[in-house]
Design a binder for this molecule. Structure first.
Ligand SMILES: [Zn+2]
Ligand SMILES: [Zn+2]
Length: 269
């Protein structure tokens, strides 16, 4: 099969590699669509040569490993990008990401979906409903990240929310906040992304260099930000998020900052 293999920092090469076989308890999925995560752009400079990335994918069941039942070849699926032991307390509670033996898919441990086929485990697969295409289904993983963050906060009808950054994670966070009935201001310097945030239901967008986003939210809702979502993940943005938060606010960190960053929690501005 073909796969885009990381050959050196920042360079992927499409190569012919052996088609994987599903091991006992696994499914083999034929990849139909795979997103390029913002984290991949950073990880392409840190992961080892030979890595196949890709953790936001949808496809069809291509083969069942020994001992697997309840699935049939051709079924459209999305899968969470990890495999876990299946037997520990975390796995039995359906929380395999906290398994001590968890292995990521597409982030250096198990091969990812920048390839024609990828191995997954049935416990982390969901069938794709008929009305959802593969391309949209490949967004399930980033949508799940954002939904997790919104549930952690939590966000309720009327909660005043500030989303810092309108990349894919910021925009999906905005969607779930709107779904919960929250008022959302998005802080984003790029006008194209800001326009998309307004189309997806942001009450307002602000340019972080020109305007204090928390003040705009206060003007719109009468309240300082009750929840701030950090959805950028570069140096300094966590401190910016802290600086916008109101008294007793919750700051949810969804951006993955791979470098060292400084924050001053008590007096961040
Ligand atoms: Zn990702
Ligand atoms: Zn486990």
């Amino acid at each position: 099969m073909r796969a885009a293999v990381l050959r050196e920092a920042g360079r992927l090469v499409v190569e012919e590699v052996p088609r994987p076989e599903p091991e006992p308890g696994e499914l083999l999925v034929r990849v139909r669509d795979c997103g390029i995560c913002g984290s991949d752009l950073h990880a392409a400079h840190t992961l080892s040569p030979g890595t196949v990335m890709g953790h936001e994918f949808a496809g069809e069941v291509a083969a069942l490993g020994p001992g697997v039942s309840g699935w049939r070849v051709g079924e459209p699926v999305v899968a969470l990008p990890y495999m876990s032991c299946g037997g520990c307390v975390a796995c039995r509670a359906g929380d395999g990401i906290r398994c001590a033996a968890v292995r990521s898919i597409g982030l250096g441990e198990l091969p990812g979906a920048y390839a024609e086929y990828v191995r997954v485990q049935p416990a982390s697969c969901l069938r794709i409903p008929e009305r959802v295409g593969f391309r949209a289904a490949a967004l399930v993983e980033p949508l799940a990240v954002a939904l997790h963050g919104v549930r952690m906060a939590p966000v309720k009808a009327g909660t005043s929310c500030l989303v810092v950054g309108a990349g894919p994670i910021g925009l999906t966070t905005l969607l779930w906040c709107r779904d919960a009935g929250a008022a959302v201001v998005v802080s984003e310097p790029a006008e194209g992304r800001a326009a998309l945030a307004r189309r997806l239901g942001a009450a307002a967008t602000v340019h972080p260099g020109r305007e204090h986003a928390g003040s705009r939210l206060q003007a719109l809702t009468g309240r300082d930000p009750e929840v701030v979502f950090e959805c950028v993940g570069v140096r300094g943005t966590l401190n910016d998020a802290l600086a916008q938060a109101g008294v007793r606010a919750t700051v949810v960190v969804l951006g993955v900052c791979l470098g060292r960053t400084r924050s001053s929690p008590a007096w961040p501005s």
